[in-house]
Design a protein around this ligand. Sequence first.
Ligand code: PD2
Ligand code: ZN
Length: 283
Amino acid sequence: MNAHTQVPEEWRNWITHNLQRNCDLEMLVADMVRAGFDADAARTAVFDLADRSIAAASIANGTYVHETPRLPSGNVIRLPDRDVRVVLRIERPTVAFLDNVFDTQECDELVRLSAHKLVRSTIVDRASGGAGLTAGRTSEGTYFPLNANAFIARLDHRIAALMNMPIENGEGLQILHYRTGDEYAPHYDYFPPEDAGSRTHLAQGGQRVASLIIYLNDVEDGGATVFPKLGLRVGPKKGAAVYFEYCNSLDQVDPQTLHGGLPVLKGEKWIATKWMRQRRYEA
Ligand code: PD2
Ligand code: ZN
């Protein structure tokens, strides 16, 4: 007699019941095979239901569910126009230090195009959603709308391929300039779902899901990007970037991705930041 490849409702309930009793997954598969199920069909049903029950429990108690990283795997990420080297990778949350994202000329050109149009950086007011000044963010910045010109379009395309997201989901490339003493206090790049001020931002393109911070110069001293909850400090290197993910398919956001820019102790610091949204973003 052929083994059953369909797992009916009553058996799915049986699996769920046994998962709640913390039974070993392979034992459940073995029981089902003895009862006449095909081994692959049984394993798929048991592991799918186990994944779902872990996700449900995590949502119920607020624990972030880590999914397969969007960032491609491997030591080198081969993009249409260059190879990006993955120098360091952290799992849960996904954080990576990537080298050779922009070349020297591209970094210099971004600084040249930005230097004359910088304005004081703001933060999102948690209650109103409007822009506010704060002592914790003392940099100046500007941004380039998506595909603003051929040069920016080339960078936007490369970044989208690297972040494995549609280019339309990206916000315009943000450029920041820190003078000596300037910093960016620890914060989240996502819009806190519990804040009233997040509503208007979330209505346009959904939540931010991942960030790429590209260093446009070598900083003489200070200016590292820090992740206080991970004990991680990333030193700025011209053309290199730090990448991190913080929103999953369940719409959860990961508080472990708290991060900031330490004060620049000597010289200046320039960065470009790309924030990716869940959906198409129109400024
Ligand atoms: O300049 C940085 O290192 C930094 C730190 C934290 C930039 C950002 N956040 C950002 O652009 O979101
Ligand atoms: Zn940030």
